[in-house]
Structure formats: structure tokens, C-alpha cells
Ligand binder design. Structure first.
Ligand code: THU
Length: 129
């Protein structure tokens, strides 16, 4: 499948507008393309009980998995606060869990341009049972 990286990044940007991040004031949006061709979006959602915060990436992935989609093809991550915003370690592990036959493409934005990297750049020697 041909992946439209720009479209995916635009969806992540749109999703970052819904970020609920009054504590860190660090907004993040994510968009995942699943093997059914659908895109699911997510944003970070913080909580007064700080440890309950969920990252944008896991929000998007859990939305996809919760409607039966278990194979990620690509994920775009965007923050208006930081160029080239990387997924945290916990999200890398969750992304890896739902990697299928094809390696996941991870898209960030650098100076307004989407940059595409491979999942293994972010998590080499990933763990899966
Ligand atoms: N955050 C994400 O949404 N994704 C990441 O991969 C990094 C961190 C959020 C969590 C928290 O709401 C804020 O960014 C600051 O850590």
C-alpha cells in the first residue's frame, strides 16, 4: 500500500488541537494508519492524578485496536511545542506490539517537512511474546 505521509501528519496535527495538557502544556497529536487503510487519531490526555496521563500515540493505537484493528502500518507524531517529536519508551513498546509483517513507518515533522523513519530506529531488539 502506498502511504500518504503528509496526510497522516496533517491528521496528527489536527488531533494535537484536542490535546488536554493543562499541566505540562505540552500538546501532542498522533495518527495511525492501520492495515485496513483506516486512520485513527489521538491526543495526549492528562489528569490531576498525573500518572493517569495517556500519550497521544497510545490513545490513537488503543482506539484502533478497540475496533478490531491490530496491524499498524505507519504512525505520525506531532507537537506544536517541539520539532521532531519522538514517541516515549512506553509508546514504542506498544507500537511494537502491533507491528505486522511490514515494519512500521514512524513520521515526525522537521522544519515543516515530514521525516520518515523505521520502527527499528526507535526500538531495536523489541520484546514480544
Ligand atoms: N506525551 C505524548 O503524548 N507522547 C509522547 O510520546 C511523549 C509524551 C505527552 C504526555 C504528557 O501529557 C506530555 O506529553 C508531557 O510529557
Amino acid at each position: 500500500m502506498d502511504i500518504n505521509f503528509e496526510l497522516l501528519m496533517n491528521k496528527a496535527k489536527e488531533a494535537s488541537k484536542y490535546s488536554y495538557s493543562p499541566f505540562s502544556k505540552f500538546a501532542v497529536g498522533a495518527a495511525v494508519l492501520m492495515s485496513n487503510g483506516e486512520i485513527y487519531t489521538g491526543c495526549n490526555i492528562e489528569n490531576s492524578s498525573f500518572g493517569l496521563t495517556i500519550c497521544a500515540e497510545r490513545c490513537a493505537i488503543f482506539k484502533a485496536v478497540s475496533v478490531g484493528q491490530k496491524e499498524i502500518l505507519a504512525i505520525a507524531i506531532y507537537s506544536p511545542n517541539e520539532d521532531d517529536c519522538y514517541p516515549c519508551g512506553a509508546c514504542r513498546q506498544v507500537m511494537y506490539e502491533f507491528q505486522g509483517e511490514n515494519e512500521i513507518s514512524v513520521i515526525t515533522e522537521v522544519n515543516g517537512t515530514p521525516v520518515v523513519r523505521k520502527m527499528s530506529d526507535f526500538l531495536p531488539f523489541g520484546f514480544r511474546i
